[in-house]
Design a protein around this ligand. Structure first.
Ligand SMILES: [Zn+2]
Length: 489
């Protein structure tokens, strides 16, 4: 039974490994609707924890949640020219309702700038009504021909923050602040290090003044754009007459920002931490932090071991404990399944800790604790189990981030590289390449056509190389800026 259950290894076929892991760990499944996925409890539980943490962070930075309609009048999407050009090919359009042809077709939201700013326009009169700091948790639809579970689906879940400000600088500070919130979340919770920076004009959001992004490196050395934050300037405010009376009594257009992260991050988590045995979930996002597997032969042993397991779950996982001290524990008491088979399943699902509990362990008041990330296995006393487990979980969270940083840095290239060497690298093992760029869109486009690599971002100062590159990777002319190049999802 063992072999057909095994995952294809990452080294053999990374993409097959990813699909098999997501399906076999029961994180998601394909649906009868082409392009749409079903998120199963093992995957949704991770998304829920992501939502909770992010929602707290948004509220701590002054944002409130609201909800806007799923349908957007088609004419709204045509009001901002670049916006519609960027999204029109992905629209799903409703033409009939209640058996009748609609007067105006409705687009299923691909993103909600247009409908949200049309409402802001109604609510804002004076500078005193600003800023507006809102967020919505929602689903969006962008018609996709190629499906990849969590990474690229026609419908996906996300949050979209939308704000309105009186000045450019306030909007800019907001866009940068939320990029920072995303980075903190991705590194602190997903244990996924990111490079932050600005997108080039050809890669920025349709209708934005400037787009900033978080770029993470997956285990196949490709980049994953894990979150974006946009300074939209006054483009949407002009299109939707979002005006306010300034302190000086003049009429001004507001400045907007929008920012979003999606269920794509679940895919990023898998591709950052998964191994050939399955998922490794960072403890802070694991729906279950520790699974207890009882080991027994006789009925008497079974009731003895289960009683001990229940006592542990009760004392460490009880609802009356404070959130930070309460552990999410599951007891795998299923009968007729051997412990080894249970271990295999929980490893596949990435549960951070496993406690093996047998009669011999109990006799000496201990259990065997196994870490999912390192496979380290050691006896632990049941007297100090709570403290022990908390220590190991926080160590795991730290170690997983450190390992991901090391892997990324080992596959990042900062030394000057010829264009031929770059092509060979992108053709082979890939990675992040920091190199000079002349600023010409033609060089960017030629490199993309040649190698499929794109400028992921113009890295923020802290990520730039100590030695400033002097020439453009492609044309050899003087470089105006350092760019981060990689193939991407
Ligand atoms: Zn160039």
């Amino acid at each position: 039974m063992a072999d057909d259950k095994k995952l294809t290894t990452r080294a053999k076929d990374f993409s097959a490994w990813y699909n098999e892991l997501v399906l076999k760990a029961e994180m998601a499944d394909y649906s009868p609707v082409k392009g749409c996925m079903v998120i199963r409890p093992n995957g949704y539980g991770i998304w829920e924890r992501m939502q909770r943490a992010l929602d707290d962070m948004f509220k701590a930075t002054g944002h409130q949640n609201a909800y806007f309609p799923l349908f957007i009048p088609e004419s709204y999407l045509h009001k901002e020219k670049e916006h519609v050009e960027g999204f029109a090919h992905e629209f799903a359009v409703v033409t009939h309702g209640g058996g009748k042809k609609l007067e105006e077709p409705l687009v299923v939201r691909p993103t909600s700038e247009t409908i949200i700013y049309s409402m802001f326009a109604k609510w804002v009169q004076s500078y005193r009504d600003l800023p507006i700091l809102m967020n919505q948790w929602a689903n969006v639809v962008r018609w996709e021909m190629r499906t990849r579970l969590f990474l690229r689906t026609t419908e996906f879940l996300w949050q979209e923050g939308h704000t309105a400000h009186a000045t450019h600088d306030e909007a800019e500070a907001e866009a940068r602040q939320m990029l920072g919130v995303y980075r903190d979340f991705m590194e602190g919770y997903i244990a996924m290090p990111v490079i932050t920076g600005q997108k080039t004009d050809s890669e920025k959001f349709a209708g934005a003044l400037r787009t900033y992004s978080c770029e993470a490196m997956m285990q196949d050395n490709k980049a994953l754009q894990a979150g974006t934050s946009h300074n939209l300037g006054q483009n949407f405010a002009r299109a939707f007459e979002l005006k306010f009376q300034s302190e000086q009594g003049t009429e001004e257009f507001a400045w907007n920002t929008s920012w979003g992260v999606s269920t794509r991050m679940v895919g990023g988590l898998v591709m950052t931490h998964g191994d050939d045995n399955g998922l490794r979930c960072p403890p802070l996002l694991a729906p279950i932090e520790m699974v207890i597997v009882p080991i027994y032969k006789t009925d008497e042993e079974r009731s003895q071991v289960l009683e001990a397991a229940n006592n542990i779950a009760k004392s460490l996982g009880a609802w009356d404990r404070r959130e930070y001290a309460r552990l999410r524990i599951h007891i795998d008491s299923r009968e007729g399944i051997k412990p080894g088979a249970k271990y295999y399943e929980w490893e596949l699902r990435g549960i951070p800790l496993r406690l093996e509990l047998g009669p011999r362990d109990l006799a000496s008041n201990q259990g065997v604790l196994v870490r999912r990330d390192t496979k380290e296995k050691r006896p632990v006393s049941l007297d100090t189990l709570g403290e022990d487990v908390a220590d190991v979980l926080s160590a795991m969270q730290r170690d997983m981030l450190a390992a991901a940083v090391d892997r990324r840095d080992a596959n990042s290239h900062r030394k000057p590289m010829s264009y031929d060497a770059f092509r060979q690298l992108m053709d082979g093992e890939g990675g992040f390449v920091y190199a000079g760029w002349c600023g010409m869109a033609s060089c960017e486009a030629e490199i993309k056509a040649d190698t499929k690599a794109t400028i992921r971002c113009l890295p923020d100062e802290e990520f730039r190389s100590a030695e400033v590159p002097t020439t453009c990777l492609k044309c050899g002319m003087a470089s105006t800026v350092e760019a981060l190049w990689a193939k991407a999802y």
